[in-house]
Design a protein around this ligand. Sequence first.
Ligand code: UD1
Ligand code: UDP
Length: 367
Amino acid sequence: MSYKIMHIVGNRPQFIKLAPVSRAIQKRGYEEIIIHTGQHFDENMSNIFFEELGIQYPKANLNAGSGTHAQVTAKVISRLEEIVINENPNAVIIYGDTNSTLAAAIVVSKLNIPLFHVESGSRTFSKTNPEEKNRIVADHLSNYLFTPDKISADNLKKEGIDPTQIIFSGDVMYDQFLYCAAQSYNISTEKYPVNYILMTWHRQENTCSKNRMEKMLSFLEKINYNIVLPLHPRTRKLLIEHDLWKRVEMNDNLIIVDPVGYKEMTILLSRCKLLISDSGGASKEASFVGKKCFFPLRLGVWPELVELGYINMVDIDDDKSIQRSIKEMEEIIHFNKKMIKSSCFGNGNAAEIIVDTIERALRTQNV
Ligand code: UD1
Ligand code: UDP
């Protein structure tokens, strides 16, 4: 039996999550179609990942990038429907929790096409967090829900989702990380200092106002160490709009670069002393290499990593929390403190489990 499987992706982390699932599908020889919503569109936010991770180029790009939540979501919904109807796939896979995920879930579910959600179930329990809303809707519209960790599976059960629809597959980002770690790359890191903290910064909650961005800059100004910051275009744009770029330039410790490809990112991560990041993906990846992540936002991310000490919450509204965090960073750097690599995210075979499940569901028509 041959199946036609569609992936709908649109954001940087989704291209990375797609890579191992695509490899598992290719191995079985099924027809595969990738639709790009266009939510992310810069060369180094999109194309670079297709090239370096060897992912097939999208069959269509919906060019839905930039705009308010409603605008992006509406553009994807209106442009996607006809493509899905024409392609008529046997199954559609969606990833994570972005506006592209939400829009795709609505379109595919309304067409009654079997929908499979990768990286489902994680909850921040914050009603204002935009990703939370997307994930809840996508989860409740999907036929099968693949969770990266056990806590996410429990969250779904508590929300009343039929347990037979919930599969703890492990994390496809962990699959991808192991896959790349087993290869050697020819990427020069000469432009970076030998010793540094790595940082990423893009969440809506941390870029939503000038005041919030100033708080982040004040926090960074208190850290007396090199900070390598591949800067998300959203953050760069808002720093400039709020007239804060001069302040960024005046911080001699900050080494700002454009967003880097996944391979360069994993090298930077494995060589850094520690990570400061509000990214769901990067905060988790730090644990794959036994590095601590200082998470500068009060948000319930990856509770197991918080519990085990991989993620340290920093409240940048609270001087005491900042002081505590900086003291801990200094100790990590000074004593070269390391963590063991985390094992909360499965065995590195999440993509195989996901494709096995899709295959079985389609074969037995249990969708
Ligand atoms: C989106 C997701 C977020 C995810 C992040 C991954 C939603 C609600 N948010 O946030 O969950 O963590 O992607 O990175 O879906 N921009 C560019 N070039 C690009 C991409 C973005 O210039 O290639 C700029 C545009 O001005 C755009 C802004 O960044 O308006 C925000 O982009 P958007 O995709 O809306 O949100 P992200 O912050 O990227
Ligand atoms: N990443 C990357 N280059 C960068 C910054 C991040 O390849 O310059 C990778 C990172 O290693 C992780 C993913 O992008 O795999 C996380 O994406 P992002 O932080 O944009 O979104 P989130 O995970 O918060 O949704």
